[in-house]
Design a protein around this ligand. Structure first.
Ligand code: XMP
Length: 480
């Protein structure tokens, strides 16, 4: 009979180590380069990803992450249609030219058109009849006299300024400016709509020069799927909507289910840039890579809202997990994502130095304007909800959506592996990303590295004692 091994390996996490400072020729942290690989064929300008959690990433967060050079992964606790709509919202925001602008018919009521536009977060609709553009309805047309039952044809602007589909951006800008208009439909010789350029999108591309973009200039976005049920249809719909990467998301990624799902997706959609996880061992990374993934997501029980280690006794401290998986990743040239347990830019720097190419974040981004959910007030302080995807509330929410709950269900049968929490309201995610990237840049400089890759080659960790950890915190002062 095989016995349990009594040999214990050491598992370390962020607070157990520090990076040893190295001679540096960097005079300003701006000189450092945060460009990195997300997956086999996708790159980012900063190594940060927002987690596929229902209190972190829907379109609002994904748009912000892409604007600042990272990426957001839309969570999967949505119907397929809802998730696809979130991907479409991201793809439409900030693209240089919208390929399939939303349209309405002239005989629709103004009320139904306004609802349609609001649901899709757009401020105007092109009016099309018999396949041809006949007008445009924007907020200006309905701002002063809103009669929801009147017809679109009665309120729309009929004299629409249009341009050829092949127009150069500088010429489009000129037309928008000269005519003092916000939207420029692109129309072919037969009057059919071929695209839309808006001044808002032009401003966005100018305001966010480091945004991560696809080949068509649209923001990058990813979307999560499971390993059972509708995961193949979901993947197809998300790829059709323009998702740049699909993330197979399961708590125990080193499972037959996950390996099988990865194989199916790769077989059905060979061009799909596929990420899968979560695993915490070299064997887990090896098996997912063997199944065909383009990046491996690493972290079991490290997340701030996770209780997997408490409930199951399973997991590997995050730094050791990243180091073990990164070695396998290097052998196969497949990037590693460190997911969970990142509380500071120092933690993120350590994860990158340990071999991760990117860092996925949940709690750091929780409580910002861009997360789903409303701001709540308790004892005069403002909060937002942040919860584990395996918490009771999140799981019940998903089951309800899938029509999979009944009054006979016994809640005691459900073993949660995540908790629900409140995090302080923190305003825009922009400031958090600025702090994170600034800290990582400084971290590179302390390692004498100009880039993440160089840091991974130069990095030297030192294991610290409890006293060393205490010394690393502010001490012997009252912090204001
Ligand atoms: P942070 O520390 O950034 O972690 O808040 C976010 C990551 O935590 C994982 N996650 C969970 N893990 N039970 C778990 O054991 C859960 O309910 C749960 N929800 C999220 C996930 O990997 C996420 O990116």
């Amino acid at each position: 009979m095989k016995r349990v091994s009594l040999e214990f390996r050491e598992g370390l996490t962020f607070d157990d180590v520090l990076l040893v400072p190295k001679r540096s020729d960097i005079t300003s942290r701006i000189q450092t380069d945060l460009n990195t690989r997300l997956s086999r064929n996708l790159s980012l300008n900063i190594p940060l990803i927002s987690a596929n959690m229902d209190t972190v990433t829907e379109s609002g967060m994904a748009v912000a992450m892409a604007r600042y050079g990272g990426i957001g992964i839309i969570h999967r606790f949505l119907t397929v249609k809802e998730q696809v709509d979130e991907v479409l919202k991201v793809k439409r925001s900030g693209s240089i030219m919208i390929e399939n602008p939303y349209t309405v018919g002239p005989d629709q009521t103004v009320g139904s058109a306004i609802d349609y536009a609001r649901d899709r977060d757009v401020s105007g609709l092109l009016v099309v009849s018999g396949g041809r553009l006949i007008g445009i309805m924007t907020e200006r047309d309905t701002a002063f006299e809103l009669n929801r039952s009147s017809l679109v044809r009665d309120v729309m602007t009929k004299d629409v300024v249009t341009a050829d589909p092949g127009i150069a951006m500088k010429d489009a800008k000129q037309i928008l400016y000269q005519n003092r208009i916000e939207k420029l439909p692109l129309v072919d010789a037969s009057g059919r709509v071929r695209g839309l350029i808006t001044s808002k999108d032009i401003r966005n591309t100018e305001d966010y020069p480091h945004a991560s973009k696809d080949k068509k200039g649209r923001p990058l976005v990813g979307a999560a799927v499971g390993v059972k049920g509708d995961f193949m249809e979901r993947t197809e719909a998300l790829l059709d909507a323009g998702a740049d990467t699909i993330v197979v998301d399961i708590a125990h990624g080193h499972s037959e289910n996950a390996i099988r799902a990865v194989g199916h997706i790769k077989k059905g959609f060979p061009d799909c840039e596929l990420i899968a996880g979560n695993v915490a061992t070299a064997g887990g990374a090896e098996d997912l890579i063997g199944a065909g993934v383009d990046a491996v997501k690493v972290g079991v029980g490290s997340g701030s809202i996770c209780i997997t280690r408490v409930i199951t006794g399973s997991g590997v401290p995050q730094l050791t997990a990243v180091m073990d998986c990164a070695k396998v990743g290097r052998d196969h040239d497949i990037p590693i994502i460190s997911d969970g347990g990142t509380r500071t830019s120092g933690d993120a720097t350590k994860a990158l130095a340990a071999g991760a190419s990117t860092v996925m974040m949940g709690s750091i981004l929780g409580g910002t304007d861009e997360t789903p959910g409303t701001v709540l007030t308790k004892n005069g302080k403002q909060f937002k909800v942040y919860r584990g995807m395996a918490s009771l509330a999140a799981s019940l929410g998903r089951k309800t959506k899938e029509g999979d709950v009944s009054p006979d269900d016994d809640l005691n049968d459900y073993v949660a592996e995540g908790v629900e929490a409140m995090v302080s309201y923190r305003g825009s995610v922009k400031d958090i990303l600025r702090q994170m990237t600034g800290g990582i840049r400084s971290g590179l400089s302390y390692c004498g590295a100009h880039s993440i890759r160089q840091m991974q080659q130069n990095a030297e960790f030192v294991k610290i004692s409890r006293a060393g950890f205490a010394e690393s915190q502010p001490h012997d002062v009252s912090v204001m």
